[in-house]
Design a binder for this molecule. Structure first.
Ligand SMILES: [Zn+2]
Length: 283
């Protein structure tokens, strides 16, 4: 900085030397000296900037308040619709316990997912898997990796075949089976968007085998029976078990694991309960 200043003053001295007349000198002095008007300009500009900042701050505070208000309205509305739906479906049913954490939530025809709830799930890419392009909810995947390591110690290989599905993908699958096998079949066996646990990424379909290159499952094999026994230790349940078809509304799906967290998984497994029974709600 010092160098630059001295350079500048030298420059001005030399420049001054080039001008002969007093008038020219005066003009040069006027042009080179720091102007008072510059200071005024700075003050005015700063005042304008500060005013804008105050006005902007006021507006963004207001917008924040409006957003908060909207969010709480949306939340209370979605709670209301769920309550209304439940009350409509049966007077005797307990109102869905939506205050449970996002992993304990029941998702089915009577308790569909709304987009507000969906935003609570962080979706990640699945690695260490035989099938490609699969995504899952973050915690669900982390626990799955631990389960996979446990199985591997015994020489059992588990792989995810199908994980997170967007609403669009669920729609495609539903329409595919509706066209292929008819409406009754699709209604009975295929989950529409919002009523599939796959839409939240907290459930997946898998294969398990004692041979790494076999990507199908024998549901009577040692490896499957072992998985069935230990899944709850990692927070998983067989969501649609045998003998509970009329309660869950789904055929027996031994390949579909749902993450509910360790406490609830343990409780449901030990007491042989489905989520519908636990929440005393309909399929
Ligand atoms: Zn599934």
């Amino acid at each position: 900085m010092k160098d630059k200043t001295s350079y500048n003053s030298n420059y001005y001295d030399k420049t001054e030397f080039l001008f002969e007349s007093d008038a020219e000198k005066a003009a040069l002095n006027e042009a080179t000296k720091p102007k008072k008007t510059k200071l005024y300009k700075k003050i005015i500009i700063n005042c304008i900037i500060i005013s804008f900042m105050i006005i902007g701050g006021f507006y963004s505070f207001n917008i924040l308040q409006i957003n908060k208000l909207n969010a709480s309205i949306i939340k209370s509305n979605s709670n209301k619709t769920n309550e209304e739906k439940m009350n409509k479906s049966s007077d005797n049913l307990e109102i869905i316990k939506n205050n449970k954490n996002k992993y304990e939530l029941i998702i089915n025809k009577s308790n569909p997912l709304d987009e507000y709830t969906l935003n609570n799930y962080v979706i990640v890419d699945v690695y260490n898997n035989a099938f490609d392009n699969i995504k899952l909810e973050k915690k669900t995947f982390n626990e799955y990796i631990k389960l996979k390591a446990n199985l591997l110690e015994r020489g059992y290989f588990i792989n995810i075949k199908s994980g997170y599905r967007t609403f669009d993908e669920s729609n495609e699958i539903y329409n595919y089976y509706k066209e292929k096998n008819g409406l009754d079949y699709a209604e009975k066996y295929v989950a529409k968007p919002g009523i599939s646990e796959h839409n939240a990424g907290i459930a997946f379909d898998f294969t398990i085998s004692d041979n790494k290159s076999i990507l199908t499952t024998d549901y009577k094999s040692d490896e499957y029976l072992y998985l069935e026994k230990i899944a709850y230790l990692y927070g998983f349940i067989i969501r649609y078990p045998k003998g509970k078809e009329n309660i869950t509304g789904y055929q027996y799906e031994p390949w579909h694991l749902r993450y509910v967290g360790k406490d609830l998984a343990k409780y449901l497994t030990k007491n042989n309960l489905t989520l519908e029974e636990y929440y005393k709600t309909k399929e």
